[in-house]
Design a protein around this ligand. Sequence first.
Ligand SMILES: Nc1ncnc2c1ncn2[C@@H]1O[C@H](COP(=O)(O)OP(=O)(O)OP(=O)(O)O)[C@@H](O)[C@H]1O
Length: 483
Amino acid sequence: MSTSENLRVELLSRTPPFGLRLWVVLGISIWAAILFVLGLICFLLIYWRRRGNHHDIAEPEIPDVTKEIAVDEVGSRAFVDNICAPESHIFPVKERDPEKESQRMSAHLITSKSIDDHNLIECSSVHQYDRSQGLYSGDEGSSAYDKREYSQCGTMSMSPRGGLPEFSHLGLGHWYTLRELEHSTNGFSNEYIIGEGGYGVVYHGCLVNGTDVAIKKLFNNVGQAEKEFRVEVEAIGHVRHKNLVRLLGYCVEGSHRMLVYEYISNGNLEQWLHGAMRQQGVLTWEARIKITLGIAKALAYLHEGIEPKVIHRDIKSSNILIDEEFNGKLSDFGLSKLLGEGKSHITTRVMGTFGYVAPEYVNTGLLNEKSDVYSFGVLLLEAVTGRDPVNYSRPAKEVHMVEWLKLMVGSRRAEEVVDPEMEAKPTKQALKRALLVALKCVDPVADRRPTMGQAVRMLEAEDVLSREERRKSRLAHVDGGDT
Ligand SMILES: Nc1ncnc2c1ncn2[C@@H]1O[C@H](COP(=O)(O)OP(=O)(O)OP(=O)(O)O)[C@@H](O)[C@H]1O
């Protein structure tokens, strides 16, 4: 018999245990192997995609945002010790509109505390402030807000953490119903609106158990697949730090996507430095350092304390909320990832905000934690100077705060940069330390910037220093001597 005939006979022979012919068994085996390989490839692809989406990623990214980049300008030369270099700066186009922001603030009571004792604001009185009308409770025609309901919630929020719902620990995440949140905001009535940002409208809600919450009602068109949304939100919910605004839970119903946060009752840094909260007093140096140091710690935690690390991407003063003890609390962390890049109006958000964004991000599209460090440096300078990062109403040399500051420090006029509103000026040493940290953070070369952990240590040294100085000056005062 020829070989081919042998093969034919073999293929036609029956095999145990089912008595199938060999060629049938071979066919089935080949198909099964093909299907298995395809299945494995699909599984790996899905797995990698999910892992990639899970958090804000640590590796440098190249977002598709180049079309949104506009204005460019050449930075000027200046130096402080060894931290200055000429550099070109290009900024994206997302600009803050303070007028619009203040219009959005709506009837909302805030009880200020007498905080002089803590040396945190330079003047204060106990009163209730109605943001929509710029009135205090002592003023005529206070607020249209339902005070009875608010005061119930307000009381809860004052108690240290007492009002937070026990079930809100994420891990499982607390899923609020639409009904529950509607009820807490009187049907999302305008009177409960605190403000509006790039992600959506923020409401002040009061849950049935009396807990104050801030509800971020995301714009519908950024609605994600339900499951994906839950996974992302729960990942954000796991991240906990004293200086991060706590995410209590979420609501996903139909096209609705909402995030429920702890309510932070003392405004945000932007309002204290440039907006409505200025009427309550001027933040002291100590308060400014306390707030910014807290934010530095939160960022060090996001960058160095968790895995995978989280890059905030939008550090700015309106994202720094302030509690009754003047702790700074960073909000919106993890949101840029949650809401996804590549969706048209989100792309501006991915880029951060005008004046805070690191030059290399705009130049190269690369983003890593050093971009957050840059924005933090801008924030610190904003706190020291009380100036907006970019203000076109100032003389040309002063429009961009960072460049102006480098010029001032380079020409030994550092003391003139301090917020003129602050009556009690910082000591020379405290000022020098804060400026040094800030200028290191805004170094045009990303690699030369400190990590956030290093920035914290440098600022903490400043904190210890100023406490020691205060102690010395108290002793000198008591002794009447010059220690
Ligand atoms: N947890 C919260 N407690 C109290 N107020 C909050 C809370 N979260 C946000 N707000 C306030 O709601 C308003 C809108 O905040 P949101 O973060 O949406 O916008 P933004 O910071 O102004 O802009 P962007 O979305 O570009 O960051 C701000 O006045 C902010 O201080």
